[in-house]
Design a protein around this ligand. Structure first.
Ligand SMILES: NC(=O)c1ccc[n+]([C@@H]2O[C@H](COP(=O)([O-])OP(=O)(O)OC[C@H]3O[C@@H](n4cnc5c(N)ncnc54)[C@H](OP(=O)(O)O)[C@@H]3O)[C@@H](O)[C@H]2O)c1
Length: 306
């Protein structure tokens, strides 16, 4: 048995994708869940009912754990406060609890490439702030920060609409036509996490992750790949700048009024319109020997895009 891993976010896309591979690799997985986990998630997992706000639940989560993988996070919200509560204060509470557990030697924070551009959105600002707070407070705990770019694959809800439209021969472009985007398949992210767990001494630092495609993707390249794989043309659908800006502003107003957490907000639009999401795997490759294996064309050909 490799040891005990405390996992957060296991009911979500990335944490959920980690469950089975962790169990298969011999780890005893203890996972935090705010709601009963779905049947598809590994039944070998010990579930701890609770929230990142609940210190007692966090203590049960990290008791006797060797490592913490922190994937829980707010990815949508109607104010900075919503993001800070989970991404900053929740992460800080978890780290402090892990520091109190003598066995626990390493802590992986699933941040985001967005943290590189904290002025774009509340989400990005909260991820950067969380990184800073965790770095200040990690003490003797080996802290590693992963900054994955946009992640896709089975179980993803955010990019699945894009893939659905691609299958219908359409690629919506939300703004900047010259933008360079990057992508990462969730299976490659899982492999990186498993490598991190096996690293000895624990690899520490802040690492960007993408699928390794040099120079990233343009919207045109994505359309061309989909057209090649599907054997039919894919049309770029340029979304009107003003209309989309207005829709994001109205959605935010409605969310505040009706009390839901919106995905499309002015901040999310700024992220989508940002011209340069090119990133670099070199640091992680040098540290963990990790190399991504799945690019967009391979994923689409093999039906791995979810
Ligand atoms: N997906 C991407 O493209 C991407 C890219 C870069 C970084 N990331 C980061 O990776 C992490 C996981 O993303 P994801 O795509 O898997 O998101 P997701 O599917 O929305 O899952 C988020 C997870 O966090 C949990 N959670 C949220 N607030 C919580 C709280 N207060 N207490 C306890 N658990 C809480 C959710 O629980 P419930 O199921 O109960 O809601 C869920 O399990 C996030 O931190 C995100 O910022 C994601």
């Amino acid at each position: 048995m490799a040891g005990v891993v405390a996992l957060t976010g296991a009911t979500g896309f990335i944490g959920g994708a980690l469950c089975q591979p962790l169990v298969q690799a011999g780890w005893r997985v203890r996972a935090l869940a705010r709601r009963p986990p779905g049947r598809v998630l590994a039944s070998e997992i010990e579930w701890i009912r609770g929230d990142l706000n609940d210190t007692a639940a966090l203590r049960r989560l990290v008791a006797d754990a060797d490592s913490v993988i922190h994937c829980a996070g707010a990815v949508r919200g109607r104010s900075l406060k919503v993001f800070e509560r989970v991404n900053v204060h929740g992460s800080e509470r978890l780290l402090r609890t892990a520091r109190g557990e003598s066995r626990c030697a390493r802590f992986l924070f699933m941040s985001s490439l967005a943290a590189r551009e904290p002025t774009l959105s509340w989400y990005a600002a909260s991820k950067r702030h969380a990184e800073e707070v965790l770095q200040q407070q990690s003490g003797a705990l080996a802290l590693t920060i992963f900054r994955p770019t946009a992640v896709y694959g089975p179980g993803d809800r955010e990019l699945s609409l894009l893939f659905l439209l691609l299958r219908h021969g359409l690629l919506p472009v939300p703004g900047n036509q010259q933008a360079r985007l990057t992508l990462l398949h969730v299976h490659d992210l899982v492999t990186a996490v498993l490598r991190w767990l096996d690293s000895s001494p624990p690899a520490t630092g802040t690492f960007e992750l993408h699928d390794g495609r040099a120079g990233g993707y343009s919207w045109q390249t994505i359309a061309a790949i989909a057209a090649r794989v599907q054997g039919r043309p894919v049309r770029l659908l340029h979304l009107p700048y003003t209309g989309l800006t207005l829709a994001a502003a109205v959605n935010l107003r409605l969310a505040r009024w009706l009390g839901y957490q919106p995905m499309l907000t002015p901040g999310k639009l700024r992220e989508l319109r940002h011209p340069d999401w090119i990133c670099d795997n070199d640091a992680l490759a040098a540290t963990l020997g990790w190399r991504p294996r799945i690019d967009l064309e391979y994923a689409m050909r093999k039906g791995l895009n979810g």
